[in-house]
Design a protein around this ligand. Sequence first.
Ligand code: NAD
Ligand code: ZN
Length: 249
Amino acid sequence: MHHLLKRAAADLAAAQNVVALTGAGISTESGIPPFRGKGGLWERFDLMEIAHIDVLRGDPAKVWRILVKEMKEIVDQARPNDGHKGLVKLEELGLLKTVITQNVDGLHQMAGNTDVIEFHGTFAWQRCMDCHQRVETHKVDMTEIPPRCECKGILRPDVVFFGELIPPHHLWRSRQVAADCDVMLVVGTSAIVQPAALMPVIAKNSGAKVIEINPESTPLTHQISDYLILGRAGEVMNRILAELEQVIR
Ligand code: NAD
Ligand code: ZN
């Protein structure tokens, strides 16, 4: 693993424009369970059953009870970990330009990254299913589930459910930054959910190096990624940054 950490540091030091694509795995060390993999939500219930737009439309109370309420409690308590902080350091070094995240937990912004594309929306906001007015999640009265808007319409998280489209401006901008970067760091994503998993493919086809950080291999490994650094995001980021200090000093 050590030679890969050195290689990543060298690739980052030589880069002008680094973009990160992150998934649920970067937030597991902050106490938020991922969808897949060990401790993932899939092990407890079938997410396609719950996090699907048809289920939300048909039985919003069920989705709130099973998924949203618990997610809110977990996200409220979560704080950025060394994985998030490492990406902030890379931005401060002038290397990292943009984070494309599939996460809805807001931890990249809380850590201090300034350009974050929330590909799947954000849990920090709710949206009325009738009048589409948005309200900050922490201002929502949760004594009644599902909570309601002033117009009595049902509120839903402002996130992308299975069966919904990615907000076009997020998709468009993500494709743009993926095509323009010279290194893409792919951290903590199973690279199964589309179209997010296409971003590393776009980067690769545009000539970028693609570096994966994950305790497990993914469909990108050996196909799209130049190499996979096996391990947890926090520890691997810390070790890459330590190597990077040697290179750029
Ligand atoms: P995923 O749940 O499908 O996969 C998680 C990946 O992270 C796996 O490949 C796993 O091996 C890896 N991983 C686990 N622990 C890790 C660690 N400590 N460091 C690095 N990697 C680690 O996640 P996904 O690819 O993001 O796709 C699932 C979808 O679920 C996302 O689109 C997202 O919208 C949503 N989601 C978001 C959150 C969140 O906001 N934190 C949490 C769960 C699910
Ligand atoms: Zn409303």
